[in-house]
Design a protein around this ligand. Structure first.
Ligand SMILES: [Zn+2]
Ligand SMILES: [Zn+2]
Ligand SMILES: [Zn+2]
Length: 318
């Protein structure tokens, strides 16, 4: 574990140095290094929590017929599996920063032709709380003691920069009316979709406006006005990813479902409506009174649960 931890620290240190050098090539490398460092930190946590601290949780494993678990290959788990293993351990850190840096890294490597220094600083700045949780809470070490003074200062400054910018954006959504208690309005997950940007500094253009269906968005970084439907759908998916995994594992209702009307993954089973097109699922079946589930919905048998729709269909064709 110590080796993983020191590699993680090195990687983040190098990343922050890259960032401070400021050249475009090194900005890309800053994102790559800090992202790699976060992954290593998370793996150090899995290592530490593996049975007998044997490190097996960071690898793909298989169970032999006699029940013993063996490491399948030397291949370490991907990010999604890693996050699932955290959830299995009962650890649920806010993965937002890791998911964000991962998405951003992917975009700058494959789609963007230029890199914006302010967006890089924003991405790096939001990682500090995750570093603090992984090290302080799960590894029981004080991050400040492990980073060089320069790197620690750079992390703090980036975090302050990001917090200030993000708070200003989040405030513009303060009055948005939102029904669900289970899935909150994803104000810190709204990400600019315009090319070469990817900033999370997305604000509501008219902050007095209170209806989420009527929001107009603006990116404070590049000035573009991203499509609210695309931004909201992606943000909800990102903000509910861990809950979706836990619900699937426990056989519970997922936090999000596909809306049968607009075909976006923006239907909230919690409130029974779609946050984009306002499609509303009837509460109860008109025939038998059973509670309706989104999987019951059939446009040919509106208002009926699947079982009543099935009986009626059968009656027609028999
Ligand atoms: Zn933008
Ligand atoms: Zn819809
Ligand atoms: Zn029914």
């Amino acid at each position: 574990m110590d080796k993983l931890l020191s590699n993680a620290i090195d990687s983040i240190e190098v990343g922050m140095e890259d960032f401070q050098s400021g050249s475009e090539r090194r900005l890309v490398s800053a994102v790559r290094n800090v992202y790699a460092g976060l992954l290593l930190l998370a793996k150090a946590v899995l290592w530490e929590n593996s049975p007998n601290k044997d490190g097996s949780l960071i690898y793909y494993t298989k169970t032999k017929s006699d029940g013993t678990v063996v490491v399948k290959t030397g291949k370490t788990v991907d990010v999604k599996t890693m996050q699932e293993r955290f959830a299995d351990l009962g650890f649920n850190p806010d993965w937002g920063p890791l998911d964000a840096v991962q998405a951003y890294r992917n975009d700058i490597e494959h789609f963007y032709s230029t890199v914006r220094p302010a967006v890089v600083q924003e991405q790096l700045g939001r990682t500090l709380p995750l570093i603090q949780t992984l090290m302080g809470e799960y590894l029981d070490v004080d991050p400040k003691d492990h980073f060089s003074a320069e790197c620690w200062k750079a992390l703090l400054e980036s975090k302050d920069f990001f917090d200030a910018m993000q708070n200003a954006c989040a405030e513009t959504f303060a009055d948005i009316e939102w029904e669900s208690d289970e899935v909150l309005f994803p104000k810190t997950h709204l990400r600019c979709t315009s090319k070469d940007c990817g900033s999370y500094l997305v604000a509501q253009k008219w902050p007095d406006q209170t209806e989420h269906l009527h929001m107009e968005l603006i990116c404070r970084e590049c000035g573009s006005e991203p499509d609210v439907e695309d931004v909201l759908e992606a943000a909800l998916k990102e903000s509910t990813a861990v809950d979706a995994y836990i619900a699937a594992k426990d056989g519970d209702r997922p936090p999000l479902a596909y809306c049968p009307s607009c075909i976006r993954e923006t239907f909230l089973p919690d409130t029974g409506n779609c946050v984009i097109c306002d499609f509303q699922l009837q509460d109860r079946c008109e025939v038998c009174g059973a509670r309706m589930d989104i999987d019951d919905y059939n446009p040919d048998f509106e208002g009926m649960c699947a079982s009543c729709a099935h009986s009626l269909q059968k009656a027609w064709y028999d």
